[in-house]
Design a protein around this ligand. Structure first.
Ligand code: ZN
Length: 635
């Protein structure tokens, strides 16, 4: 069978969940939200919920899609009141599921009114809770302001949302607009699933730029100033190439229109999240005109865009829940996130946001991190996926020992090895691109189809027969020191450690505290000595993490301590790098460390000098990496 015939057979056999609600029996919940108090960070919401008399339980979204965790913004509700016909309706929170609210609806009441105020305050490490409003811009995620009957499917509950926006502001969203006036917009009725999946980016300084060719794709830029959104023609060209390369990779698009929301703002927390017909990307204010800052965050845009296919149109069965009150099961997030991470990095380069060298630097950093995580000796990669709901917000201290959301970087390495395996076994005839077309080719806009691992394996076998079950089982279940680097070597490169920092590491070290996170990179980190003496430190010498079995840990240094001086000189990031470099020619690393007010002298024994992960060519092998990241789309 051709790929298309095979796909049609699968589509016919599988049955789709359709997320565009239609002809639902119940009248919609009317939801009016007001963004005009943005400067104080307060969102006001008013709901009119059709009800019957008797007990009713309303839920506030707890498990946030894409965050794989119970990160619902419950602590940010600052007012919640219910009434019907002018009379207050009392409520009581469930004593176990505290995201649920119980009410008893009096006889004769047909409409329950709810008033909810949400405060967008600074909640560090909060994912969905992060600051989303400023004087000039706001991102509305509807999970912040909705309540819904907990016993119903998010596909069946219908909402009719409307929004009051500040005078002179513009906005972008994938929600269908029914009516628009100067300071308000009424959207067409949508299911709760679509509503939660359709954030609104609104700002005083706003530009919408068409970047699609086959489908309507819009780059919605918003910022604190016109300078922040002054995008260059070259950058717009890269965005256009991203859309063309991605739609070409998957052989179509799972959306009718797509809004790539990009907010450039320092006051808003930096954060990205995928949606089916949009993505919510929030970068630092100068990201577009300080290009080195853009490099360290660029791959998140293709990553979130790829999720429209891998994650939204196709989703692991454990992540397809009735509504937002059921736990999300992470067993297949190494497909959801790991494959997306690999394809995202690949497309960042195919579209020109990264050079092939920057792609190799990023890949080397991922591989180097995985190669120096001692936690891999006790904890399998699959276990990091199962623990996803807590790992994303776990502290950096002991990250290398505990392991982290390694299913992103290590998942990318595994999928790269799958790619090179297909390329080698098929003699260059096939690649992971062919699997992507089978697995992720969209059947219809707005539909979501769940999958299990069996289907992933069957489709890989269709592209290239191989023992894919064993391939994945060994890489997911085993606990061993060596990470899966087979993809890098099969692509004609190998991981080594160089004395000179790569541009990517230098940019990460120079990144401002509030810059977007690199996978597994702490926002405070300013010194990357993880690969030499096993330390990640902030600018003042605070030890963010120390790797077991490496020189600094052996000398008694642990997370939470602070390096005060090195060889008699006060700690600075430059002094530490200089002193580590000097160990190669016999230099010492005599340090004073401080911990809870106690100072102690330690000596770190190291003779290797500076070490940064880097990829080196194996001249005898074919360079598959260059083929993988070369532009593919025919323009
Ligand atoms: Zn992701």
């Amino acid at each position: 069978m051709s790929a298309q015939e095979f796909l049609r057979t699968l589509v016919a056999a599988a049955g789709f969940l359709c997320f565009q609600s239609s002809a639902l029996a119940q009248p919609p919940i009317r939801l009016t939200t007001d963004l005009t108090d943005h400067a104080r960070g307060i969102l006001h919401a008013h709901m009119e919920i059709p009800v019957k008399s008797g007990p009713l339980t309303l839920g506030y979204p707890k498990w946030i899609p894409g965050e794989h965790a119970p990160t619902g913004t419950l602590n940010q509700i600052i007012t919640l009141r219910f009434q019907a016909g002018g009379k207050v309706i009392p409520w009581r929170r469930d004593d176990v599921e505290i995201y649920n609210f119980h009410l008893d609806i009096p006889v004769g009441v047909r409409t329950l009114e709810a008033d909810l105020d949400f405060a967008s305050t600074d909640m560090e490490e909060g994912f969905a809770s992060t600051v989303a409003t400023s004087d000039h811009a706001a991102v509305l995620n509807w999970w912040q302001v909705v309540l819904f009957p907990v016993d119903q499917s998010a596909d069946q509950i219908e909402f009719q949302p409307s929004l009051r926006i500040p005078a002179g502001w513009k906005f972008g969203t994938s929600l269908p607009i029914a009516h628009q006036a100067a300071e308000s917009v009424e959207f067409s009725p949508v299911s709760l699933r679509v509503l939660i999946d359709s954030p609104v980016l609104a700002a005083e300084h706003f530009r919408a730029i068409p970047i699609g060719s086959k489908h309507r794709v819009e780059l919605d830029l918003a910022g604190e100033s016109d300078q922040a959104i002054a995008i260059s023609a070259d950058q717009v060209a890269s965005f256009r190439r991203l859309i063309a390369e991605t739609e070409s990779l998957f052989g179509g698009a799972p959306y009718r229109t797509y809004h790539l929301l990009l907010c450039l703002s320092d006051p808003l927390a930096h954060y990205t999240l995928e949606h089916a017909s949009s993505s919510d990307n929030r970068f630092i204010g100068d990201a577009l005109y300080a290009p080195r800052k853009f490099v360290t965050t660029a791959s998140t845009i293709p990553h979130e865009y790829v999720h429209a296919w891998n994650g939204k149109a196709r989703t692991p069965v454990g992540l397809a829940t009735l509504n937002y009150q059921q736990p999300l099961k992470g067993d297949l997030v190494w497909v959801y996130e790991g494959l997306t991470e690999y394809l995202g990095m690949m497309l960042t380069t195919r579209s020109g946001f990264w050079t092939p060298e920057e792609f190799r630097e990023a890949l080397a950093l991922d591989a180097g991190q995985m190669a120096t995580h001692p936690g891999r000796r006790w904890r399998s990669l699959e276990d990091t996926a199962l623990g996803a709901q807590l790992l994303a917000t776990a502290p950096t201290a002991w990250l290398t020992e505990r392991r982290s959301t390694d299913f992103y970087p290590e998942g990318a390495l595994i999928w790269m090895e799958a790619d090179t395996t297909i390329r080698q076994l098929s003699g260059g005839k096939h690649s992971l691109d062919d699997f992507c077309k089978l697995f992720l080719a969209p059947a219809m806009a707005g539909a979501q189809k769940t999958y299990r691992l069996d289907e992933v394996v069957a489709l890989l076998n269709h592209v290239q027969p191989y023992d894919w079950n064993s391939f994945f089982a060994s890489r997911l279940m085993e606990t061993k020191a060596e990470p899966p680097l087979g993809g890098i070597s099969a692509a004609g490169w190998h991981l080594t450690y160089a004395a000179n920092e790569t541009g990517m590491v230098r940019d990460l070290e120079a990144a401002h505290k509030s810059d977007l996170l690199w996978p597994l990179w702490n926002r405070e980190a300013t010194v990357d000595a993880r690969f030499s003496i096993g330390l990640l430190l902030s600018a003042d010498g605070t030890v963010l993490d120390a790797s077991r079995d490496m020189a600094a840990f052996e000398a008694g240094i642990a997370p939470g301590m602070r390096i005060v001086s090195i060889n008699g000189r006060a700690f600075t990031p430059e002094e530490l790098h200089r002193s580590i470099a000097a160990t190669e020619s016999g230099g010492k690393l005599q340090m004073i460390r401080e911990h809870n007010g106690v100072h102690a002298a330690v000596e770190v024994h190291d003779q290797n000098g500076e070490r940064f992960p880097s990829l080196v060519r194996e001249p005898k092998d074919k360079d598959l990496l260059s083929d993988i990241v070369a532009p593919h789309a025919v323009n």
